[in-house]
Design a binder for this molecule. Structure first.
Ligand SMILES: Nc1ncnc2c1ncn2[C@@H]1O[C@H](COP(=O)(O)OP(=O)(O)OP(=O)(O)O)[C@@H](O)[C@H]1O
Ligand SMILES: [Mg+2]
Length: 253
């Protein structure tokens, strides 16, 4: 079972777009996938056009069982929704005297082996929910928008990851995913090259800027359902292939 957190402190870089479409692509490849939304914005449910009664916060608080909270959004793709309830959970974790960072991991131990992939979407910023997601995950996938200061933002985030690795050494920044790529923009190319130099093993082929990717959530569809032949679908298919290829070179079981 692979546990992948999609994370970067910076907002609007394509985290939720990546989490939803990657989860969709993996499920289409017959993998058993659970998507967990750790953002109070709770967008992933809308992006997949499902309205779960319970959220991951309810599961952690003991107000719902895992089985009753997760919904089958697509064949092979389950969702544990985020949303407003996570704000209360955040406060509850803050009040804990110790062990708060493992709250999510503890609530999900019974999932061991139930899925091939657990993908966790995280909020922008750096809060206890993101820290919980990173303590739970073994791999981090970081979408980086190809814009000025992208590299700096990523390096800062890498330092924060380093602090977590002291307590959770399995955690690995495995994928750096350039997003909003536009070949016509010189700056975009320059920044892509910088990322390739700094993260030669983690770098993935970029997700191009594609308006279809921004339209699909409005229809509650993944990019594969909304525009299967778009560049967005092509790029996310390629990302899924890369991740599937690595099933054979996993560092952790
Ligand atoms: N490659 C792309 N091309 C065009 N639009 C995109 C692309 N990727 C994402 N978008 C759009 O950009 C916006 C931000 O994307 P998204 O919500 O995935 O980012 P995020 O990192 O999850 O944001 P937040 O930090 O607020 O959670 C959304 O409107 C989304 O539809
Ligand atoms: Mg998001």
């Amino acid at each position: 079972m692979r546990k992948v957190a999609v994370a970067l402190s910076k907002g609007g870089v394509g985290k939720s777009t990546t989490a939803v479409n990657l989860a969709g692509a993996l499920a289409q490849q017959q993998r058993r996938v659970l998507l967990i939304d750790m953002d109070t914005q709770g967008q992933t449910a809308r992006m997949l056009n499902v309205t779960p009664t319970h959220s991951i916060a309810d599961v952690i608080n003991g107000d719902a069982t895992l089985a009753s909270a997760r919904v089958e959004a697509r064949p092979g793709l389950h969702l544990l929704a985020g949303g407003r309830g996570l704000a209360g959970l955040k406060r509850a974790i803050d009040r804990k005297e110790f062990g708060g960072e493992r709250t999510l991991s503890e609530a999900l131990t019974e999932l061991d082996g139930a899925y091939d992939y657990i993908i966790v979407d995280t909020a922008p910023g750096w809060d206890v929910l993101t820290v919980n997601a990173l303590f739970f995950a073994d791999e981090v996938l970081t979408p980086v928008a190809l814009e000025v200061l992208a590299l700096q933002g990523l390096q800062e985030f890498t330092r924060s990851l380093g602090a977590i690795r002291r307590y959770h050494s399995q955690l690995e920044l495995r994928y750096v995913l350039p997003t909003f790529h536009d070949r016509r923009v010189r700056k975009s190319e320059e920044i892509l090259q910088q990322l390739q130099r700094h993260y030669p093993t983690q770098i993935c082929s970029p997700i191009r800027y594609n308006v279809r990717l921004s339209e699909a959530p409005g229809y509650g569809q993944t990019i594969f359902e909304y525009a299967a032949h778009s560049t967005g679908a092509e790029d996310y298919r390629l990302l899924a292939e890369r991740i599937l290829d690595d099933e054979h070179t996993q560092t952790h079981a």
